[in-house]
Design a protein around this ligand. Sequence first.
Ligand code: PCA
Length: 228
Amino acid sequence: MLAAPRPPRPSDKRHKPPLVLLTGFDAFGGDPVNPSWRLVRALHRRQIAGHRVLAAQLPTRFGASIERLHALLAAHRPALVVCLGLAAGRAALSLERIAINVDDARIADNGGARPIDTPVIAGAPAAYFSTLPIKAMRAAIEAAGAPAEISQSAGTFVCNHLFYGLMHQLARMPALRDTRGGFIHVPLLPEQGTPSLPLAVMAAGLSAGIRAALTVRDDLRVGGGALH
Ligand code: PCA
């Protein structure tokens, strides 16, 4: 005899939509706010292409930022992860192409650490490429009215460190084999200086970029290189 199907309980979390994990950093280096956190917070709980956005703040610290991110990855197993950080001086949403395995800090992080020429993860590969469709995302962000660019370097401070820690973990964890991940640097907010972008413009651009990352399988084959 067949067993009767188990009746659903109110606590059953069925049909839970897959997650998009967005991270931003806390304030650092004398700026009172970090626009990356303001931006991801603005998209928290939004639904994009059938996915639910979860926004989290990470500390601007070597080591601790990666530890916190890895805990979030293990707990939520997101379908897509986009980490964001501030790059004062840039004028567009800046889609990072590559994370490199080196920490070389020009200023101390929020815990006072200032590593120089040390690997993010000893013995790990020299670099990882973003697995986001960065050209398609640039096109989508621009179509949504926000400036966007491809960047060939995320620097050697905490943002590159976190980006590297993300890509290393996605490459290693079987449960995250299909999870796309990458990093976006954002400009200052208008009240912080120039160049800048209003929060609403960044939010419209980012949500269009996320939609592209969730729906475009093969990236566009269009230029995004730099001469220098
Ligand atoms: N930007 C820094 C670290 C935290 C942030 O928002 C960076 O570009 O490394």
